[in-house]
Design a protein around this ligand. Structure first.
Ligand code: ATP
Ligand code: MG
Length: 776
């Protein structure tokens, strides 16, 4: 089992692994610990990470970055539509309605889903981890912004699956940071003492997240979190880009926004300038040679002026700080430290504002860039049985209040109830009790759409099926378990019906409520139980409870989730990934052959070939099988049909076969039936397999069956008729065309002739038809 943490940032990604020596952030093939979240599509290959970043200017239309926030969003989502206008690559609508990325790849126009693009990135990060650990990687923990909704989270889980990663937990970036902080602290207050409250501030490239967390020895509890999903380093870059576009427009008469290449270069230079301004308050130059129309451009700026231009952005720093303090009901004196992480929190004006708000010096205990990945690796180590990690319990929170809506006969309309209030502990399960006579549906939604950085508050619909009334016609008690899981995703995880039994029925007596009325299914009357079975809240009437024997029946639940990729689609994308991985490996090997591989020891080539065959051979074999299988079945079917015909003709005493031996013909009849049953069962099994699975039956087996049938039957049915003297003129008539055809039709050719899959029996309308059989 691998222990890997992955921080998929909007701009850059980090991979941390757990080794005997502790947690380590690993470097990629460029000896860089940060890997750009960038994928570049070319006419012959694609590159990911640093190599792709190098193509941003030269192949700008097909070099994709800044796609993190398109996860789980429809193409028509206002966020996508507004981001689209500032991208140099194209977006397109997927058939599902989701956002896709349109590029030229391998000289063809392609639209990739966000999950596919992120999977490409994750595959790269997985390889980085594999190189560092020198072993295959599957298990990992991946971070997501704490403000991601369910649709966004599910989309990242799908991307991980496409990349062949087994994501043990989608961890909130904020929570990963708190873990990376807390687990090493030796001086935390004892569990019974007042906890140590620490505020964490992460300003990344696209988002701003603040959280407050309570630490005691061996545990952390998130108290609250807040965010501004539209504040990040890129917004500061945007201010600079707009400033210089305007300046160069006036100074050089250049319309920069019409030239994607120039615009991309300007973004790069503005980001550099922004970083320089963090360290230096004097005037700093911005020079770009041959910027547009062969013109060199120059400009300058200083920090003071920059801060004036960014006043609007800087004013947004305070609100989330306020919000967490208010939610956690803490005063500034209750805060032990304010830790800052994230690249853009290096902007001095940002730091100043945070520090001023708390009246405190900021702490930088953590590595601002790597803390998220390290926290994820720590979580992975905690989850891994292969690692011994100090006991540390992590209690995360639900970020948006979640409600359920359902139809209530008693209230003649919709009832609803908040099942997880904001900052409720997570992961967490609750059991709700309903009283129903028939299947019913529950709709989950975020009940405060205003604070949601996502246009649709719907989470999904869950239909509890197979609900029936009790034997006496009364409503049944249905227990529904709802859950916010380790990934922070809501689900209706199970449902069961409590069947009341007559006193002599059933094995386990259970106590049940006597109040079995449907009217009681409303906000005030359902009962919730926490995961450990402890009752949390019980508004059910406390009437005397007679002991009744019951039986619990599990009920199926049908999910229809907001923007969920279907399993088929995920599988298809996975296959595409495999194909692409193989294609890239082939290409690499080809390049190697013309380069270092031109003159090597024989064994080197043997090894390379064996490595490629490991990937390619099973695919090739399945392909050949899939091509040849229908022909082999066809041939067996034809043999079966033809022997059947002869058996029929024999039974109806057709003159042509009357000389055949009765016992032997019974044997033929049996052989044919057995072969038919065998073929039916094999076809049936094969029809359940898809192309990527091992075939249920091999072509060779089918051919062997045909041969066996032929060897058993042919000597019997082709016994020549005893010679009878025929008068001369009749003999001529019998050799006519009709008899000739009958003969060939009834005598199948030897299957050996057809070993290579060629047609054996002569073409005849009937002879070519497959026998009818049951394939269900
Ligand atoms: P997100 O967390 O939003 O998904 P990310 O994790 O990729 O994005 P970070 O790597 O934390 O983001 O931060 C990148 C941002 O930090 C960029 O905008 C970058 O320009 C900015 N940044 C990095 N160093 C500095 C600096 N010294 N001064 C100002 N900004 C900086
Ligand atoms: Mg980040």
């Amino acid at each position: 089992m691998s222990v890997v943490g992955i921080d998929v940032g909007f701009q850059s990604c980090y991979v941390a692994v757990a080794r005997a020596g502790g947690i380590e952030t690993v470097a990629n093939e460029y000896s860089d610990r940060s890997t750009p979240a960038c994928v570049s599509f070319g006419p012959r290959n694609r590159s990911v990470g640093a190599a792709a970043k190098g193509q941003v200017v030269t192949n700008c239309k097909n070099t994709v970055q800044g796609f993190k926030r398109f996860h789980g969003r429809a193409f028509l989502d206002p966020y996508v539509q507004s981001a689209k206008s500032s991208l140099v690559y194209d977006l397109a609508q997927m058939p599902s309605g989701m956002t896709g990325i349109k590029v030229m790849y391998m000289e063809e126009e392609k639209v990739f889903s966000i999950e596919q693009v992120t999977a490409m990135l994750l595959t790269k990060l997985k390889e980085t981890a594999e190189t560092a650990m020198k072993k295959p990687v599957a298990d990992c923990v991946i971070s997501v912004p704490s403000f991601y909704t369910d649709a966004e989270r599910r989309s990242v889980i799908d991307a991980a699956q496409i990349a062949g990663l087994n994501c043990l937990r989608l961890m909130n970036e904020t929570t990963a940071v708190t873990l990376a902080y807390g687990i090493y602290k030796q001086d935390l207050p004892a569990p019974e003492e007042k906890p140590r409250n620490v505020v964490f501030v992460d300003l990344g490239h696209s988002g701003y997240q603040v959280s407050v967390c309570a630490f005691n020895k061996g545990k952390l509890k998130m108290l609250a979190s807040a965010f501004d999903a539209e504040l990040g380093g890129k917004d500061f870059d945007e201010v600079l880009v707009n400033h210089f576009c305007e300046e160069f427009g006036k100074k050089y008469k250049l319309d920069v926004k019409t030239k994607p290449r120039a615009l991309v270069r300007l973004y790069q230079e503005c980001e550099k300038l922004k970083k320089l301004m963090s360290a230096n308050s004097s005037d700093l130059p911005l020079n770009i040679e041959c910027f547009m129309n062969d013109i060199d451009v120059t400009g300058k700026l200083n920090r003071g002026h920059f801060e004036e231009m960014c006043a609007g952005l800087l004013a947004k720093v305070e609100a989330p700080l306020h919000s967490v303090m208010e939610q956690a009901k803490l005063k500034k004196e209750d805060i032990y430290a304010v830790e800052i992480v994230g690249g853009a929190s290096r902007i001095p004006a940002v730091k100043e504002r945070v520090s001023k708000f708390f009246g405190k010096e900021l702490s930088t205990t953590l590595n601002a860039d790597e803390a998220v990945a390290r926290g994820c690796a720590l979580q992975c180590a905690i989850l891994s049985p292969a690692f011994k990690v100090r006991e540390f319990s992590i209690t995360d929170v639900v970020h948006y209040p979640i409600s359920l809506k359902w139809n209530s006969a008693a209230e003649e309309g919709l009832s609803d109830c908040e099942v997880f209030p904001r900052n409720h502990a997570a992961p967490f399960s609750k059991v709700l009790t309903f009283y129903r006579r028939e299947p019913f549906s529950l709709e989950a939604y975020y009940n405060n759409p205003k604070e949601l950085p996502y246009p649709d508050p719907t989470i999904g619909q869950f239909i509890v099926q197979k609900v029936v009334p009790q034997a006496n016609g009364e409503s049944s008690k249905v227990k529904v378990k709802v859950r916010v899981n380790v990934h922070g995703v809501f689900s209706v995880s199970s449902a069961s019906l409590v069947e009341l039994l007559k006193p002599n029925e059933g094995e386990e007596p259970m106590e049940t409520d006597s109040a079995g009325k449907e009217e009681e299914v409303c906000v005030h009357c359902f009962r919730t139980t926490s995961e450990d079975g402890k009752q949390e809240k019980n508004h059910a009437p406390s009437a005397k409870k007679p002991k009744v024997k019951t039986k619990t029946v599990e009920l199926p639940i049908e999910n229809s989730l907001h923007w969920q990729l279907t399993n088929d689609l995920v599988n298809l994308f996975m296959e595409n990934e495999d194909r692409d991985t193989f294609a890239l490996r082939l290409e690499d090997t080809e390049n190697w052959l013309y380069d270092d591989g031109e003159d090597q020891q024989k064994q080197v080539y043997i090894d390379k070939l064996a490595e490629l065959k490991k990937l390619g051979q099973p695919v090739q074999e399945r392909y050949i099988e899939a091509e040849e299988r229908p022909k082999a079945f066809d041939e067996l079917g034809r043999h079966i049909q033809q022997y059947m015909k002869i058996v029929e003709a024999y039974k109806t005493k057709e003159e042509q076969y009357e000389h055949l031996d009765e016992l032997e013909m019974l044997k033929v009849d049996k052989q044919v039936n057995d072969a038919m049953i065998w073929m039916n069962s094999k076809m049936n099994a094969q029809s359940k397999q898809n192309f990527t699975q091992e075939p249920a039956v091999k072509v060779q087996e089918i051919q062997a069956k045909t041969k066996e049938l032929y060897s058993a039957c042919n000597p019997i049915v082709s016994k020549p008729k005893p010679k009878v003297e025929i008068p001369k003129d009749e003999k001529e008539e019998q050799n006519g065309p009709i008899n000739g055809q009958e003969d060939t039709d009834a005598q199948p050719g030897s299957p050996e002739k057809g070993a290579a899959g060629s047609t054996v029996a002569p073409e005849s309308a009937e002879g070519n038809k497959m026998p009818e059989m049951d394939i269900d």
